[in-house]
Design a protein around this ligand. Sequence first.
Ligand code: SF4
Ligand code: SF4
Length: 215
Amino acid sequence: MTEHTMSEYFKNIATGATTIATGMGITLKHFFNAVKRKGDAGIDDVDYFGQVDGLVTLQYPREAVPTPSNGRYRLHNDIDDCIGCGQCVRACPVSCIEMETIKVMPEDLAACGKTSGGQQKKFWVPVFDIDTAKCMTCGICTTVCPTECLRHTPVADFSDFDRWNLVYHFGNLTRHEAEAKKRKVEEAQAKAQAEKERKAAEAAAAPAEPGETNP
Ligand code: SF4
Ligand code: SF4
């Protein structure tokens, strides 16, 4: 073995040892850093995801990964601001919103109230159900909602043993209230129809003006 080859041999060993030491140094640094929580404020730190060091394993379900404030998670409808326009229902690509509305009678407009933006509500919304098991949180419904009452919340974990518990109800009337209001609308419609027919019958029975001929 020549002197040059010997020197090359020991140089390679030194390079190998340095490489291993560097790698192990980085590994040990992360190892010891990982005994601490991420960031000073822990899991509630707004910059949680920007922090490199710290524990990645959480004590779930006692603690969970924070959700970003602009994330699209479980939907909520502030039903007091919902005008029952149905735009969200029509826009949903998977038809997971079910809505029923009842026209508000003129004498009940004040009781039905206005949205927080001052818009008079003209429909009761006894049923507004969102099937979150089907919802893909695309956000289209929130985009088209004119009053912005439909919005995403930061709630990302809402698993349940019963699939039907994943249907969230936001309607603003009980079943009995809805039935009473429907009856009231039907009675008013029947009365209006009867009045229309009475007037038509009166017109048909009226004597013809001179020069006119009855059909
Ligand atoms: S987020 Fe998308 S899938 Fe879910 S209810 Fe809205 S439109 Fe439908
Ligand atoms: S689009 Fe908004 S206001 Fe209209 S029915 Fe849906 S939630 Fe209500």
